[in-house]
Design a protein around this ligand. Structure first.
Ligand code: C2E
Ligand code: MG
Ligand code: MG
Ligand code: MG
Length: 285
């Protein structure tokens, strides 16, 4: 006890750690304020097929900070995760994405179009997550069949049975599931087989050095083969060059996301780029 207290005291007076702690609590208060002041925005990154046709988009959160400008999620979502702010933040993301989906559904979207939303594992494990998401969908009028939830492998760390049950409940309503950043996490192949997934997303770190890096090439080929034998669609993340695209296509990948096709952008820019024209009758599809 005394030892622990001593260590804490020492910590308290460590100027570097104290500075870090006060920076964190300032950021936390600021994020709480930013959420209330509606400073968060969603950008959308296209997902396309081999011909560059729009298949979907991923909603990616940014913080439009009055002093610091547009902040990427890496600068505030880890803190949001630790403090629990990820729960109201995540709910805002879902509401905003559903509203956007409804707006786009009144235009000439292709049948295949699906909007992907990142849901943190903490958010997904919240007791009433399923009910809350279904209520959000219903209130917005968004078509659940056009929504894909992206989860990361960290979800497999514990209580997988409960996770599977939640996924199945949502699947009954037509939602889809993608496993994000595939290959970077902890999933064993036997666990992967149990998850009711539609899609896996090959992490950008395996795509970056294609086609030159033979090791990454082998990993990507085996992920594609595995997905095919499990009947899962694959999206390759971080496609920046034609050479990467050609390698991926050659090995059977059919959907691509990356700067080669478009950066994350405001919704109007995505609609403009892909000629999502309003349906004159304004019918949601
Ligand atoms: P992610 O879900 O794997 O999203 C893909 C990230 O890769 C995005 O970074 C995107 O901008 C970036 N990216 C896409 N194509 C390329 C490319 O060709 N080259 C390079 N260098 N990067 C590319 P971003 O927007 O900074 O998001 C980072 C992570 O933050 C996301 O990774 C996701 O895990 C998390 N995140 C973003 N939005 C949300 C959200 O609404 N909720 C939660 N819980 N997490 C989010
Ligand atoms: Mg994602
Ligand atoms: Mg990803
Ligand atoms: Mg990633």
């Amino acid at each position: 006890q005394a030892k622990a207290a001593g260590r804490n005291t020492q910590r308290f007076f460590d100027p570097e750690m104290q500075a870090a702690a006060s920076h964190r609590s300032a950021l936390e208060a600021d994020l709480r304020r930013g959420l209330q002041q509606r400073e968060l925005v969603l950008h959308y990154q296209p997902m396309v097929d081999g011909q560059g046709r729009l298949q979907g988009a991923e909603a990616l959160v940014r913080w439009n900070h009055p002093q610091r400008g547009l902040m990427p999620p890496a600068e505030f979502t880890p803190l949001a995760e630790q403090t629990g702010l990820i729960l109201p933040l995540g709910q805002w993301v879902l509401e905003t994405a559903c509203a956007q989906l409804v707006a786009w559904s009144r235009s000439a979207l292709t049948r295949a179009f699906s909007l992907s939303v990142n849901v943190s594992v903490r958010q997904f494990r919240q007791a009433d997550f399923v009910q809350q998401l279904l209520a959000t969908l219903e209130a917005s009028g968004a078509n659940p069949e056009r929504l894909t939830i992206e989860l990361t492998e960290s979800l497999l760390l514990n209580d997988v049975q409960d996770i599977i049950a939640r996924m199945q409940q949502l699947r009954c309503h037509g939602l889809g599931f993608a496993l994000d950043d595939f290959g970077t996490g902890y999933s064993s192949l036997s666990q992967l087989k149990r998850l009711p997934l539609d899609q896996i997303k090959i992490d950008r770190s395996f795509v970056r050095d294609l086609p030159a890096d033979a090791g990454d090439g082998a990993i990507v080929r085996s992920i594609l083969a595995l997905a095919q034998s499990l009947g899962l669609a694959v999206v390759a993340e971080g496609v920046e060059t034609r050479a990467q695209l050609e390698f991926l296509q050659h090995h059977g990948c059919q959907t691509f996301q990356g700067y080669h096709f478009g950066r994350p952008m405001p919704p109007e820019a995505l609609a403009h780029r892909f000629q999502v024209v309003p349906d004159p009758l304004g019918r949601p599809v």
